[in-house]
Design a protein around this ligand. Sequence first.
Ligand SMILES: NC(=O)c1ccc[n+]([C@@H]2O[C@H](COP(=O)([O-])OP(=O)(O)OC[C@H]3O[C@@H](n4cnc5c(N)ncnc54)[C@H](OP(=O)(O)O)[C@@H]3O)[C@@H](O)[C@H]2O)c1
Length: 253
Amino acid sequence: MGNMIDFTGQTAIVTGAGRGIGRVIALGLARAGANVVLCSRTKEQIDAVAEEIRAAGGKALAVTTDLTDSAQLERLVDASVREFGRIDILVNNAARSFLRSLLDLREDGWDKCFSTNVRAVWLLSRLVARKMIEQKSGKIINITTVGADKAEAGMAAYGCSKAALKHLTRCMAKEWASLGINVNAVAPGFTRTEFSQPIWSNPDVEKMICQVIPKGKIAEPGDVVGAVLFLASPAADYITGNTIYVDGGTMTS
Ligand SMILES: NC(=O)c1ccc[n+]([C@@H]2O[C@H](COP(=O)([O-])OP(=O)(O)OC[C@H]3O[C@@H](n4cnc5c(N)ncnc54)[C@H](OP(=O)(O)O)[C@@H]3O)[C@@H](O)[C@H]2O)c1
């Protein structure tokens, strides 16, 4: 089979690439040879990751982007094509969450989850798909969560938006399969990043969470990268509309 995880000459866009899981996905794609376009709202964070990639001999472009603004999505895609000529891989990783009970959640919290976690993914994927259709190939990978399937108290807006993203993954996969585009999801379980810090920063809560994870520990961001690289590679050319769970066995119960 040779080395199927080699993205030399390919371009990948990673959203939310300034920190956490998106950062290590961007570094992993660059290590595997891809030119990487990084985006998030915090310029210093994506500039630092781009610098890290360049220092290791890779090619990177940082484009400060608020994914909830459709004009900025167009600018991101235009900048990517201008710099690298094509887009082969899109990783929709960025997300918002609000830890609030349904009784306390405000309407704008619900809207922010859906505009970042669903609407922006649809709009950005559509812009990128138009380029991929011209190339007759492309891989789109959406980062969902085990919370798309399991209800957690206080996580309704986030969980509902990720359940919608899981369904959007299947819809895009179905509509675009014959056009050469594969669309899949990677669903991490609890992962140690800034996003989940309010939970793991309390050792008692972390201990409680680890008790219900068969692997007995929460994931590190690097644990998620392998599934993304696999789905982006030719090894996954006949896989579309699926979700890979990277959850230490959480979904077994
Ligand atoms: N950590 C976990 O336990 C866990 C578990 C399951 C799934 N996930 C999923 O994994 C993905 C990454 O999560 P993480 O833990 O790495 O989160 P994180 O550390 O908070 O990073 C989120 C990234 O998304 C970016 N982002 C948020 N809103 C944005 C917007 N409107 N426009 C552009 N960028 C935006 C953030 O950058 P700025 O704020 O600078 O814009 C940041 O770079 C998410 O899809 C999340 O749902 C995480």
